[in-house]
Design a protein around this ligand. Structure first.
Ligand code: NAD
Length: 250
């Protein structure tokens, strides 16, 4: 049997309708997982599913808003029913609100503070809380949180709110990893550097400084996540790992 085989596993990837999330969903499907492709926008989730199925993989679209706990609970249950088993692999990738606010904190009105924290921190909590019972019952689970360098390094590109949500969820995942390790569940965070798809101010200057000489691609993220959720990664938990072309080393 080849390494990193996910045959028989059921995975849920949030925000997987495009870019990094779509790359993750495709990679997990290529390793044999049956994938529930989530996105806020149903047509994006359907598009990723169609690509996976075209490549011979197994996927269903499960659109919902990760910030809505009831919708998450229902979506997780439906994913399990449609794919024939409880979700054993959760990848919290949704993390950029549709109306993402950029700017120095001093200029951001209080009404804009919650959005980036809501999706990154409470969105992750909603999903983790919904999948843990099934993982614990199975005695096996894999949780991967997608974060950003902005959660680990102070930057002056107007992302303090987003960085707060990312730092918060990194802390949350560390605690979950300790609580759930005895149950066979690992939880790790992958902090991405600048992706090809990135928007917002300050992108050009940052891109020039990446030692590997290019920005990140969906398949870079997919390959790393495929390893993190594999049976072989059983001893890797509680960590935040930078995937960034060498832009920051720790
Ligand atoms: N793009 C970058 O350079 C970069 C850098 C570091 C980290 N990240 C992180 O990587 C992840 C993916 O980033 P991306 O650039 O591929 O994102 P993206 O915005 O291109 O795609 C994310 C998808 O999430 C969906 N989404 C938004 N809100 C949602 C919600 N409430 N519930 C469900 N789905 C929702 C969107 O519809 C979209 O299709 C995010 O967590 C982001 O913070 C991205």
């Amino acid at each position: 049997m080849s390494m990193f085989d996910l045959t028989g596993r059921v995975a849920l990837v949030t925000g997987a309708g495009q870019n990094a999330g779509a790359g993750i969903a495709r990679a997990l499907a290529a390793q044999g997982a049956a994938v529930a492709v989530n996105d806020l926008r149903p047509e994006r989730a359907e598009a990723t599913c169609a690509e996976i199925v075209k490549e011979g993989g197994s996927a269903v679209a499960t659109p919902f808003d990760v910030t809505d706990l009831e919708a998450v609970r229902t979506g997780v249950a439906r994913a399990g029913e449609m794919l024939g088993g409880a979700v054993g692999i959760l990848v919290n990738n949704a993390g950029i609100p549709a109306d993402m606010s950029y700017g120095p904190f001093r200029d951001l009105a209080p009404e804009r503070w919650r959005g980036p924290v809501e999706i990154n921190l409470f969105g992750a909590m909603n999903c983790v809380h919904s999948v843990l019972p099934g993982m614990r019952e199975a005695g096996w689970g894999r949780i991967v949180q997608i974060s950003s360098g902005a959660g680990r390094t102070g930057l002056s590109i107007g992302v303090s709110l987003y960085g707060s949500g990312k730092s918060g969820v990194e802390g949350f995942i560390r605690h979950v990893s300790q609580e759930e390790a005895p149950a066979g569940i690992t939880a790790n965070t992958l902090a991405l550097g600048l992706m090809e798809s990135a928007g917002g101010p300050g992108v050009k200057g940052m891109a020039d400084g990446i030692p590997v000489g290019r920005r990140g691609r969906p398949e870079d993220v997919g390959a790393m996540v495929a390893f993190l959720v594999s049976p072989e990664a059983e001893w890797l938990t509680g960590q935040t790992i930078d995937l960034n072309g060498g832009s920051v080393t720790r």
